[in-house]
Design a protein around this ligand. Structure first.
Ligand code: NAG
Ligand code: NAG
Ligand code: NAG
Length: 377
């Protein structure tokens, strides 16, 4: 049941927000001054108009005449020099942003948390602090000087902002402000200024601590922006870690490189050995040719033949001039054959087959495939 109800409720809420956002008026459109109010959760000013507009006295939306932030909300489509001007010193831009106004004296009205709307005192340098603006503070819509000393009566202003935890559940986040001088806080029950507490002292709110940080265990902790000083051993450890890491990477690279270098060395050695062997066989071939084809000095060809070929059956160009000398005889290396049959190819006394798929001469006409004959036509 509950789930069935909650879904439409969420839907309606979402739709309501959408219409609210969409219903913001553009320039010149009507707006209602009575709708201008502070948001209950964030205490921001809400109007009927777009963020770049305000609801003017004649109940139409008009362009803002000043800005408070260097980069204000809602001006995404504007160049920097198209933004409304910032206010000069001694003036302020109110939440509506209609125009710059002079700062108001102490005791007069100011807008929520707008300390900068109050006139700064002549001794503002002594009073200026982290929790006020140039020594002035706006508490309960009234300008105060943050000059109340130890033990004196002070003014407290607690604001419950709406905050959300990880689950999206809302809770109140209370910010407490007062007009005590720097180093003091306004005690909520006695309404007198007390000394701020050092780190480790018990506290019930941020403002009680000098560090402005009361931790969950009820003690003052370090300031949120406190500088962290790591101990010396951490520097040493990190330094050692960096050195070890660099050393490891370098060693790894060196080992890898060494292995590659070794491989390349072996390859090169093999290549050179091959080249040397090749060169040597060419040289021995050339030697053999020279020694066979050239006769020693003062030798007649007949004598050389006699010495070389004692056997009568041996070949000589004198006995068979149609043949070339055996050393020059080219083996039938190509292994050509007139037939395509592999058995014939295998019989060819050749070691190397050049163009094995082709035949030595053009195929004779008769070898045409029978199917392609003229009979078919
Ligand atoms: C309403 O007032 C604004 C601001 O003074 C002005 O810019 C705008 O023209 C006025 N609109 C009408 C309809 O008078
Ligand atoms: C506070 O005083 C400083 C120094 O004079 C000045 O620049 C700054 O505008 C003042 N702040 C406000 C909000 O008036
Ligand atoms: C704080 O300043 C106000 C306004 O100038 C003055 O009246 C008041 O006496 C001062 N309080 C202290 C404690 O100095």
């Amino acid at each position: 049941m509950l789930r069935g109800i909650s879904t439409p409720v969420t839907l309606v809420t979402a739709l309501g927000i959408t219409t609210l956002v969409a219903a913001k008026s553009a320039f010149g459109e009507a707006c209602d001054q009575s709708n201008t109010h502070l948001d209950g959760g964030s205490f921001q000013l809400v109007t009927d108009c777009n963020p770049t507009l305000y609801c003017a006295d004649n109940s139409t939306c008009a362009y803002k005449g000043c800005r408070r932030d260097t980069y204000p909300f809602g001006y995404n489509d504007y160049a920097y020099d198209q933004l409304p001007p910032l206010c000069p010193e001694g003036q302020f831009c109110p939440d509506e942003g209609d125009q710059c106004r002079p700062q108001v004296p102490i005791g007069q009205r100011c807008q929520k948390d707008r300390d900068d709307e109050c006139e700064r005192p002549p001794n503002y340098r002594d009073l200026a602090g982290y929790l006020n603006t140039n020594g002035t503070i706006c508490l309960s819509f009234t300008c105060y000087l943050a000059n109340v000393t130890l033990g004196q009566t002070c003014v407290n202003d607690n604001t419950p902002y709406t905050a959300y935890n990880d689950n999206g559940d809302a809770y109140a986040f209370i910010v407490s402000r007062d007009d005590c001088a720097n180093g003091l806080y306004c005690d909520a029950t006695e309404l007198r200024c007390m000394k701020n507490k050092a780190i480790g002292a018990t506290c019930s709110g941020n403002k009680e601590c000098l560090s402005y940080n009361c931790e969950a265990d009820g003690r003052c902790g370090k300031a949120a922006d406190a500088v962290i000083h790591p101990p010396a051993w951490q520097y040493v450890l990190i330094g050692l870690g960096i050195v070890v890491l660099i050393g490891g990477v370098m060693t790894g690279l060196w080992l890898m490189h060494r292995r590659t270098r070794k491989e390349n060395q072996i390859k090169l050695e093999q290549y050179y050995n091959e080249q040397i062997a090749y060169r040597q066989s060419i040289m021995s071939m050339s030697h053999a040719k020279n020694s066979l084809l050239s006769l020693p000095p003062n030798t007649t060809p007949d004598y050389a033949r006699q010495s070389l070929y004692r056997d009568d059956a041996a070949w000589s160009s004198a006995t068979d001039p149609s043949l070339i000398p055996p050393n020059m005889r080219r083996d039938s290396v190509s292994g050509w054959s007139d037939t395509d049959k592999p058995s014939d190819m295998a019989r060819a006394d050749s070691e190397v087959l050049l163009m094995p798929d082709q035949r030595y001469s053009d195929a004779p006409e008769s070898s045409r495939r029978p199917g392609n004959g003229r009979e078919g036509w």
